[in-house]
Design a protein around this ligand. Sequence first.
Ligand code: GRG
Length: 306
Amino acid sequence: MSISTPINEQISDFNNWVADLQTRMESVLDAQLPATTISPMRLHEAMRYAALGGGKRVRALLAYAAGEFCGADLGKIDVPAAAVELIHAFSLVHDDMPCMDDDDLRRGKPTTHKVYGDAMALLVGDALQSLAFQLISQDKLLKSATQKLQMLHILALASGSRGMAGGQAIDIESIGIPLTREELEQMHIHKTGALIRAAALLGAYSADEPDQEKVTAIDHFAKSIGLAFQVVDDILDAEADTHTLGKTAGKDAKNNKSTYVTILGLSAAKQLANELHANAMAALSFYGREADCLRHLANFITQRSF
Ligand code: GRG
């Protein structure tokens, strides 16, 4: 995209970029997930059911955009981006189980435990998580053991008790208990924000020696856009229908959970999403066209309809 490219063309270029990379991520995951012909076949089939054929791939897109911004070859971003998507798929499988949110629909199809049973769904999550770490550890395109270790560390922190699993613990313990705005923010910084931040950082560290100022800018960008993602998720849960979302709409209210909409109201929640979007953009203000993909991605995240 050149500086003189009209805005409509820029958006069309970005939409093509999204579509190309969503297809690319599907191929990478397809190639990396164990085949259904390998034993234990039903587990492998269920892992593929959970991870393939759906999802916006926002975390992978963030990794690609951050990686490109830092000068990484696309091929080097494939495995780190796939690893984040596998952890994300794992979280969705467990989140939908009867002991958590108990949902029947995900990505427009029956949830994994509905098709394969609870015990298998539990194992799908376990195995997807292990595969994510295995893929990074064995990736031949990553330059050094140090680079791999750094990525493994980022991903472990983001998914563990100080990250996504911790956020989920706060979530299930707060059902029926109204949270303050600060408590809700803390929950989502961990439950949703941590993995989104990790996705962007893994993209950045796919470059062999990323500029540290760019890494810091990406980190600030990802913190704001990660929270914006969740605010928009709460708005969509309240406003959109089940068919459009591909998951049960209105679930938070039904489950008696605090959300940005229940705490702030729809209008103030939308205002907050705009503010967080602006903060994310501000983190990139030092940069020119090379950060445009990240900027378009921020728009994509906050303007999405599902
Ligand atoms: C996975 C480490 C780990 C722990 C399990 C179950 C659980 C603990 C955590 C749940 C985390 C969770 C489900 C957070 C919600 C994040 C969220 C808004 C998901 C929806 O993401 P989208 O819209 O989904 O990107 P698609 O389907 O497009 O990929």
